[in-house]
Design a protein around this ligand. Structure first.
Ligand code: C2E
Ligand code: CA
Ligand code: CA
Length: 430
């Protein structure tokens, strides 16, 4: 009873650990290599939530039977957690491990029938091999687990552990530790990229973008460190720093005699807006720096609405009432849900760079850009295209009536000191 799982009859986690420890105690010879194959069922929680726990239990039993039927008598299968199974594959080579993993994946192409209903589930598998990927058991287990998580997030069915995966993991860990000290160590900075009106050619705004230089690691781009900051819960403080620093900068520009009537855009991450006092904290900063919300545009992606749309919409509405404007960033790459779009009360739709970069060479991207532009206009929004690098792209966007552009063709993001000279030099010239 203490070694088996009562639902599936398979060995449980305790038995699995015992078995693996036993095998890892031998001296490694060519024959006694073994692989740990972690398998996690995809969409199991949805199945449980929509059809109930009995249906979930039924699915787990079917999965246990299917997986067992594919193993040789040398292999050991256990259910180690809710929808997590693990195989100890003995006499393993990388090839035999990946062949077995492929078989396990294929067994999910047939539906799992519960109460006469077909359910299509998937599986994410990661493996690592003792002693090749680690001499001690705990590192082999964590590496196999890491490979499984990589499979999950990258939507692959099977990932075999390799050194670069380990390197990626170590780098992420180091970044998260160093990033947690970046504010106090004064390592963060903002740069500002101009936004240009395609009709008047005026500079209508700037987008504040984060930069981080760490003394030992050098420059690390936001596309790499922001997802890590979000994963490790650091984005609330960093995001707050961005708001504070932008406001102080606007103040400094004002003191220097530059009274800009466009908006400065700030990117807001999901984590910030989910904070209970995001509204209050943000307004307090603005008040303190004597900045009006009318000077600020908040760039948000549709993903902020996934978890708790009603609550977030309420926060956005308060922000809009206070005078902020909202731009929907990266439009077209995420959910692009019309019902969300309606609820956002945004003023600006931002066409993602990935569509703009091929707009003059790829007809499909051209259609997408034109459609997003029309959609935005039909909904009464202004449309901006980001990532404009050539005059051809700019001309095309002008021809379809896109309102604004941003991109290297006009200017790279500028350090604060260069913003003033950019405006002085480019008035009436863009
Ligand atoms: P984003 O919001 O889509 O920002 C636009 C990115 O495109 C910026 O990259 C910008 O430097 C880059 N870019 C602008 N024009 C061009 C162009 O013509 N060609 C090319 N190839 N790239 C161009 P960056 O600065 O590396 O930022 C990457 C992402 O990191 C941003 O994407 C945004 O999602 C995030 N990010 C940056 N700063 C912040 C911040 O303060 N807060 C939050 N939450 N996210 C930020
Ligand atoms: Ca943005
Ligand atoms: Ca973007």
């Amino acid at each position: 009873m203490t070694q088996f799982d009562s639902l599936t009859g398979l060995p449980n986690r305790a038995f699995f650990i015992e078995e693996a420890e036993f095998l890892a105690n031998f001296n490694p010879t060519d024959e006694n290599h073994f692989s740990i194959i972690f398998a996690d069922i995809d969409r199991f929680k949805e199945l449980n939530n929509t059809h109930g726990h009995l249906c979930g239990d039924g699915a787990l039993k079917t999965v246990a039977k299917r997986l067992s039927s594919l193993l040789s008598s040398n292999d050991f299968l256990a259910r180690v957690d809710g929808d997590e199974f693990v195989v100890i594959h003995r006499n393993a080579t990388k090839t035999s491990t990946s062949l077995l993993a492929d078989k396990l994946v294929k067994s999910f192409s047939d539906p799992i029938v519960i109460e006469g209903r077909d359910n299509y589930l998937g599986i994410s598998i990661g493996s690592s091999t003792w002693p090749i990927d680690g001499r001690d058991l705990s590192s082999v287990l964590s590496r196999s687990d890491l490979a499984m998580h990589k499979a999950k997030v990258s939507h692959q069915s099977y990932v075999c552990y390799n050194k670069s995966l380990g390197y990626e993991y170590d780098r992420e860990k180091t970044i998260s530790i160093k990033l947690s000290q970046a504010i106090e160590k004064n390592q963060l900075a903002l740069v500002y990229q101009p936004k240009i009106d395609l009709v008047s050619h005026d500079i209508v705004g700037f987008e504040a973008l984060l930069r981080w230089t760490e003394p030992e690691m050098g420059f690390i781009g936001p596309a790499e460190f922001i997802p890590i900051a979000e994963k490790h819960g650091l984005m609330t403080e960093i995001g707050h720093w961005v708001i504070l620093t932008t406001c102080k900068q606007i103040n400094q520009w004002r003191t220097a005699g530059f009274d800009f009537d466009g908006r400065i855009a700030i990117n807001i991450s999901v984590q910030q807006i989910e904070q209970p006092y995001f509204y209050e904290r943000t307004l307090a900063v603005l008040k303190n720096e004597r900045i009006s919300p009318a000077q600020i545009e908040l760039e948000v992606t549709e993903s902020i609405l996934i978890k708790d749309p009603e609550k977030i919409i309420a926060v956005l509405s308060r922000l809009i009432r206070a005078g902020f404007s909202i731009a929907i960033d990266d439009f077209g790459t995420g959910y692009s849900s019309f019902s969300y779009l309606k609820k956002f009360q945004a003023s600006v739709l931002k066409i993602d760079r990935s569509f703009v970069s091929n707009v003059t060479t790829n007809l499909l991207d051209q259609s997408i850009v034109q459609s997003i532009n029309d959609l935005g206009h039909n909904l009464g929004l202004k449309v901006i295209a980001e990532g404009v690098e050539t005059i051809e792209q700019s001309d095309y966007l002008t021809s379809i009536g896109c309102d604004m552009v941003q991109g290297f063709y006009y200017s790279k993001p500028l350090v604060a000191d260069k913003v003033l000279s950019f405006i002085t030099n480019n008035t009436d010239q863009l």
